[in-house]
Design a protein around this ligand. Structure first.
Ligand SMILES: Nc1ncnc2c1ncn2[C@@H]1O[C@H](COP(=O)(O)OP(=O)(O)O)[C@@H](O)[C@H]1O
Ligand SMILES: [Mg+2]
Length: 589
């Protein structure tokens, strides 16, 4: 059965900055015994583009719905994903338009399988390399590759390992470049496979000797096309590090640090994609090394495909992945729960806050989140984080990563068939006319049947009044909101002037409120202008936070407009309250 999606790379598809698609892998033999149905399924596809998927927890019958661009089922092959999502971006590279495809998801969800593939089923990387090389045949175009990984915010060359990390420096256009990264020419699939296999092997044992480093680093393979020595464009194919829920995996020590960095950079990536899809003026590239490195290939006319990979046996993990993917998607999103009307606001903000705190390694704060959310939690007993799950679903059913043997992939894809019609290459790059290539037949798109449409109509019917579309809940800057106590209502603020008949007590209270507001404003102003030394003298702002504040200011001159913006520097609502209380108390000392 064909995958459900919008028509493959329609013109709308190409004009969209980032496509966000889902892929659920088949059950592994080790999971088959306990598996019933996958935790995610397609509900329907929209005539105007996009699909609605449902996530369902077998144990609690909790369910949520999300809208995304396309859905690839367990039986859909990687070559279908390639045909529908990746093939069409390749000709643009020859026109100088960069593109990025990345696989996102938890460890064991099928990212490496999707990007790298196996001997018998090549992944997107060899499929793309083969297509690009085929397009170069008979033209003046040449291809070079680079392959590096980002581990703990440091970069390592996988093609020519150097003793140290490779330095990342900003060029004059503000794009980050890796100094000394090797770019190796490849002329055939044999050459490509040779190099790529070596890089894959190195990734497994790179620099720490830990076994499972491969799933804890982002691996970026880039294919760069040049014509008569002038670089045209490049395609980045990225196997992202597995996202992790520290609360569930009980990570400690180095594992916790690694996963904090991973979650932080994945969250930063999601912020960038979300900002691009919302056409925002400010794209927060500076939030992580990876987004800084990809700046020239994300946004600004570049094509991007995010493939969110799901393990069919892991509901909670999949829900986290889809929630992050959906907030990156351009489609206005919503969820609905079949069990109760838990506002999406809470689920999404909680997920965001959790991701942010985790990225800062604030496990204590995470544990305290239950307290932060308690007013809502008590009313919504089935909300994601407060729901008691049966033991079986709480124990992480980790699937050992595939750990592809680099040598095995060599055999794949030497198929001389030209996968993309040469007429897609701009004429100036063609050396001579080649034989008419085989025409590409793209898999047909699943028609939306009546049942799907009916359930879709149901899904799209007005959501109960306490459910607000997710998009409205996310601050413009895409950063994690801090949950503060409700702010002093505006009406109260100027009660002294506005209510001449106010009682003395009301006037006194209003004064207190005005003082509080003035204090907050002064504090925010100070964060917006103070230098590093001054910042460090403030309570709660250490050296690292001060540096981060200066970085935020580079992106936006006044990053702190409200107290909630302090969430961007990892302060919890309690910390903010404490800081202000201490500052206020200090006045009377
Ligand atoms: N489409 C698929 N068909 C068959 N097996 C798959 C598929 N996708 C993933 N797998 C298997 O699932 C396991 C986990 O996949 P892997 O790609 O290693 O996950 P990740 O890279 O996300 O940690 C591996 O054993 C892999 O072979
Ligand atoms: Mg992997």
């Amino acid at each position: 059965m064909a995958a459900a999606s919008t028509p493959a790379r329609s013109s709308a598809h190409l004009s969209q900055p980032v496509r966000v698609v889902l892929r659920v892998r088949p059950f592994l033999s080790s999971e088959a015994a306990s598996a019933t149905a996958p935790c995610v399924s397609l509900l329907g596809c929209h005539p105007g583009g996009g699909v609605t998927v449902q996530l369902k927890d077998q144990h609690t019958s909790r369910s949520e719905q999300y809208k995304l661009d396309a859905f690839f089922r367990q039986e859909d092959s990687v070559s279908q994903i390639f045909d529908q999502e990746v093939r069409a971006v390749i000709p643009s590279i020859f026109e100088g338009i960069n593109a990025t495809v990345f696989a996102y998801g938890a460890t064991g969800s099928g990212k490496t399988y999707t990007m790298q593939g196996t001997e018998d089923f090549p992944g997107l990387i060899p499929l793309a390399a083969s297509t690009i090389l085929a397009l170069c045949t008979g033209t003046w175009c040449s291809v070079e590759i680079s392959y590096y990984e980002v581990y703990m915010e440091r970069c390592y060359d996988l093609l020519e390992p150097k003793a140290k990390e490779i330095m990342a420096l900003d060029d004059k256009d503000g794009n980050m470049q890796l100094k000394g990264l090797s770019w190796v020419p490849v002329r055939s699939m044999e050459e490509f496979q040779e190099l790529y296999s070596i890089g894959v092997q190195r990734r497994k044992v790179a620099h720490t000797g830990l076994n499972d480093v491969s799933s804890r680093s982002h691996a970026v393979l880039s294919l760069r096309v040049s014509s008569t020595d002038v670089v045209k464009g490049k395609l980045n194919l990225i196997d992202l590090a597995g996202s992790e829920d520290n609360k569930r995996t009980l990570n400690e020590g180095i594992r916790l640090q690694e996963s904090s960095k991973i979650n932080q950079s994945l969250f930063a990536l999601s912020n960038v994609i979300s900002a691009l899809n919302k056409n925002e003026h400010r794209i927060p590239y500076r939030q992580s090394k990876l987004t800084r490195l990809l700046r020239d290939s994300l946004g600004g006319g570049c094509r991007t495909v995010m493939i969110a990979c799901l393990n069919p046996a892991e509901y909670q993990e999949s829900a986290n992945t889809v929630s992050l993917a959906a907030r990156s998607c351009h489609i206005e999103n919503f969820t609905s729960s079949s069990k109760q009307e838990t506002p999406k606001l809470k689920i999404d903000m909680e997920a965001k806050l959790r991701a942010w705190l985790e990225s800062k390694g604030k496990t204590k704060s995470i544990q305290r989140m239950d307290g932060l959310f308690s007013p809502i939690a008590s009313k919504t007993p089935l909300s994601v984080s407060h729901m008691k799950q049966p033991t079986s679903s709480r124990i992480p059913c980790r699937v050992k990563a595939m750990d592809q043997d680099g040598g095995k992939i060599k055999k794949i894809l030497f198929d001389p068939v030209v996968h993309v019609p040469t007429e897609n290459i701009p004429r100036e790059h063609r050396q001579t006319e080649v034989n008419t290539p085989k025409k590409v037949v793209l898999p047909s798109v699943t028609p939306c049947n009546e049942k799907h449409e009916a359930s879709l109509r149901k899904a799209l019917s007005p959501i109960s009044s306490n459910m607000v579309p997710v998009e409205q809940q996310i601050p413009d800057n895409g950063n994690c909101p801090v949950l503060l106590e409700p702010q002093t209502p505006i009406e109260k603020r100027n009660i002294v002037e506005e209510t001449p008949g106010a009682t003395p007590l009301e006037r006194f209270n209003a004064l207190g409120s005005n003082l509080k507001e003035a204090l907050v404003q002064q504090y925010l102003d100070l964060l917006n202008v103070a230098n590093k030394e001054e910042l460090q003298q403030l309570k709660g702002i250490g050296a690292r936070r001060a540096e981060y504040i200066l970085e935020l200011r580079e992106d936006s001159p006044k990053p702190f407009k409200t107290l909630e913006d302090l969430g961007n520097i990892g302060l919890s609502s309690k910390q903010i309250r404490d800081i202000l209380k201490k500052t206020a108390t200090g006045i009377f000392k």
